[in-house]
Design a protein around this ligand. Structure first.
Ligand SMILES: [Ca+2]
Ligand SMILES: [Ca+2]
Ligand SMILES: [Ca+2]
Ligand SMILES: [Ca+2]
Length: 255
């Protein structure tokens, strides 16, 4: 799913619609077979590191959403999940023991330690599917019960999709908005240094500071159309022609 272009975009749209289970995320664990209080899942730099709790077989079925393993945190303790590369989406199941009187509180944080989202699972709740979205640096799992360990299980996460060449406003789609940005900033002046957000998708570091034909070719070659909204989606070919038409007008004006 990391390849760029039409196929991967179509595939990612389909999977975004189909998502709704931790198993559908890029990296997933059911904790089965992990017997450790300090372990890592995934492959660096896309890995996640678990500390402050432990995964193991205890034979207490309430602690496992599937199988015989879960990630458990002792009473009054706080477990920590750290993402080497920030996760964009995290999903897992959480619950407390039926005998518990304190809640499980799960919180996602950004790079500077600001809480993003909080999920609370109260005593007596069934398994709860928790989903966090954002640029997530780490998650804490605070077990507020004073005498029972609580757990999470079936844990999955995904990294952000790479930015698509041609996506000037970095919203995940290459469409007429990006085309308008590119055409609005068209220039071949060496004194003007145009960046990605202005439509220069070729490397500024390699000395290409202009917004020109090569950038237009990149944009049209990665055309996705606008984000799905239920509205009619314009044909890329039509817009490309409009874009080229606009370009001709622009050039005539400059001459
Ligand atoms: Ca499990
Ligand atoms: Ca865009
Ligand atoms: Ca360029
Ligand atoms: Ca320039």
């Amino acid at each position: 799913m990391r390849r760029l272009g039409w196929v991967s975009i179509v595939v990612s749209l389909v999977s975004a619609v189909a998502t709704g289970a931790p198993q559908d995320q890029d990296i997933f664990t059911s904790f089965e077979g992990i017997a450790s209080s300090d372990f890592t899942i995934g492959v660096a730099p896309e890995d996640a590191h678990f500390t402050g709790g432990f995964s193991n077989i205890l034979g207490i079925l309430q602690l496992y959403h599937t199988g015989a393993y879960g990630w458990m945190v002792d009473p009054g303790q706080t477990g920590l999940i750290e993402f080497t590369t920030n996760a964009a989406e995290v999903e897992f199941y959480a619950r407390t023991r039926s005998l518990a009187t304190g809640s499980s509180v799960l919180t996602s944080y950004n790079d500077v330690g600001t809480p993003l989202e909080v999920a609370t699972v109260n005593p007596g709740d069934a398994w709860k599917l928790v989903k966090f979205v954002g640029s997530i640096d780490h998650i804490t799992f605070e077990n507020q019960d004073s005498s029972h360990m609580n757990s999470i299980d079936d844990f999955g996460y995904s990294l952000p999709e790479p930015i698509i060449p041609g996506d000037a406003n970095e919203n995940g789609f290459v469409d007429d908005v990006d085309l308008a940005i590119l055409l609005g900033n068209w220039e071949s002046d060496p004194l003007i240094i145009s960046t990605w957000s202005l439509g220069n998708f070729t490397e500024v570091s390699l000395g290409d500071t202009d917004v020109d034909d090569s950038d237009l070719a990149v944009l049209l070659g990665n055309w996705t159309g606008p984000p799905p909204s239920g509205a009619a989606v314009p044909e890329p070919a039509t817009l490309a022609l409009l874009g080229l038409g606009g370009l001709a007008v622009l050039r005539r004006r400059r001459k």
